[in-house]
Design a protein around this ligand. Structure first.
Ligand code: NAD
Length: 463
């Protein structure tokens, strides 16, 4: 596909948007139900594609990809009328009589660029929000999940209105050509390096962006919790999709005493989840590419293997692994791991953990396993992150009313549920005031003592 082809695709969607095609609620509903039909009637196509791209079990594809999008669709369909209704805002006495309201109108043509790790959810989730808000959409699936990308490119034109919704497949050249075009919003999910490229390209057109990035999401565990139950939840969240989950716990912090007890419990939890040979489990994933496999393989040397550690390059398999004795300056602690290796870092206590987290970049998610109120409060007050989970990992993603996104190096902007609808809308401020009676006369010059008195007390009246 040439740059001209891509410019043409975007121009066609802009024409469709400008024609008013995408604004009626009936059109929006038809697109959302189209996505629902596509994901239910052709779910086996998606299951097969994810099995090929990531060795995903069909059950996990349903749980972590398809169902997330179907929930977004159901949520948006049942609330669309309310979200699009003008929202009345109170007017202060001095401006009355008047009516103020907020109208959420679509932005225009939205670009959604998605990664490979949850290639259905992370593409179509934002697309649902953009369509619900009445936008035309161009979507760019990740080339690193080629089977899923092909299914999306084949099915989207069949189930959605191709005049306003387009798929552009491809890698860097295609994305670069897309980013040269003018969009009205770009939502990018992926690593921070490319996030900066997207931000720079968007700045040329003053296009607003949502960046869903990653980073090192920590998990802290203390001795006030049931360590066996905590180990199971941590092992599940860390090794789901072979660790290739943006909100997975990246590394674990605990005191030496807790770590000593927890490490064998995590190994035990892995056996319960995936058996004694996870490579033989239908439920355990593979690393997405040979390049990522090699990078993760090299990180295994960052500490001592306490459990796991087996690899098979031909199968892109890395066992669920726990590393101990990891130094702060070890390579594995310098970057997001994004794979099935869990380093355990010994800390002196929760204050030490809070200090370490606060000293680094703000994570996408932070997890604390503790039943102590003071410990939970210390993390809430002392650190900043996109999300916090107490005694749980990754499951915050399933709560559609919780806005999803990062802060600082882990991203900017939010989507999910109403937060997504708002992201892809212009909140237009509307004020309507009859010309008579002229209540504004008081603020017109020439100013006299009455206006002066009013001006000095105005904040009280307007706030
Ligand atoms: P990726 O390599 O699939 O890249 C993401 C997208 O960027 C793809 O569509 C790709 O084609 C495009 N891209 C790659 N290089 C580009 C370039 N030079 N110019 C323009 N576009 C380019 O995905 P990834 O970056 O490997 O994804 C992993 C990262 O994503 C991790 O850091 C992870 O934490 C993060 N992530 C974040 C979320 C979230 O919702 N916050 C979700 C999943 C993954």
């Amino acid at each position: 596909m040439t740059s001209d082809d891509i410019a043409g695709i975007v121009a066609e969607r802009r024409r469709a948007f400008k024609s008013g095609l995408t604004k009626p609620l009936a059109w929006r509903r038809a697109q959302l139900t189209g996505i629902r039909r596509m994901l239910t009637e052709r779910s086996s196509d998606f299951e097969a594609a994810l099995a090929s791209d990531l060795h995903r079990s069909p059950t996990e594809t349903q749980l972590a990809d398809i169902n997330v999008v179907l929930t977004e669709v159901a949520h948006a369909l049942s609330r669309l009328k309310r979200w699009t209704a003008p929202k009345r805002i109170a007017t202060p006495m001095v401006v009355q009589p008047a009516r103020a309201s907020i109208i959420r109108e679509p932005l225009g043509v939205v670009l959604v660029i998605s990664p490979w790790n949850y290639p259905v959810q992370l593409l179509l989730g934002p697309v649902v929000a953009a369509l619900a808000a009445g936008n035309a959409v161009v979507m760019k699936p990740s080339e690193l999940a080629p089977a899923t990308s092909a299914v999306i490119a084949r099915l989207v034109p069949e189930f959605l209105d191709a005049r306003a919704v387009a798929v552009v497949e491809g890698a860097v050249p295609e994305t670069t050509a897309l980013l040269e075009q003018r969009f009205d919003h770009i939502l990018y999910t992926g690593g921070a390096r490319v996030g900066r490229i997207v931000a720079e390209a968007a700045a040329k057109h003053l296009t607003p962006i949502t960046l869903e990035l990653g980073g090192k999401s920590p998990v802290f565990v203390d001795d006030s919790v049931d360590l066996t139950a905590a180990a199971k939840r941590i092992a599940w969240g860390k090794f789901l999709n072979a660790g290739q989950t943006c909100v997975a716990p990246d590394y674990l912090m605990a005191t030496a005493d807790v770590a000593r007890k927890l490490v064998p419990l995590i190994a035990g939890a892995v056996r319960e989840l995936y058996g004694s040979d996870p490579q033989a489990s239908a439920d355990y994933g593979r690393i997405v590419s040979p390049g990522r496999f090699a990078a993760l393989d090299a990180l295994l040397a960052s500490g001592e293997v306490a459990s796991g550690g087996q690899t098979d390059a031909a199968d892109k398999y890395i066992a669920p692994t726990v590393l101990t004795g990891v130094a702060d300056d070890a390579p594995i602690m310098q970057e997001e791991i994004f794979g099935p290796i869990l380093p355990v870092i010994e800390v002196s206590g929760h204050e030490d953990a809070v200090r370490r987290i606060a000293a680094g970049e703000k994570p996408l998610a932070l997890y604390v396993f503790s039943n102590r109120d003071d410990v939970r409060k210390a993390f809430l007050r002392g650190t900043s992150s996109g999300a916090v989970g107490f005694n749980v990992v990754a499951v915050q993603q399933t709560i559609i009313g919780l806005p999803f996104g990062g802060v600082g190096e882990s991203g900017m902007g939010r989507y999910r549920g109403e937060a997504g609808f708002t992201t892809f809308s212009n909140e237009k401020a509307v004020l309507s005031k009859p010309l008579a009676p002229e209540s504004l006369a008081l603020i017109f010059p020439p100013y006299g003592a009455r206006t002066d008195k009013l001006a000095r007390g105005l904040v009280r009246t307007l706030s």
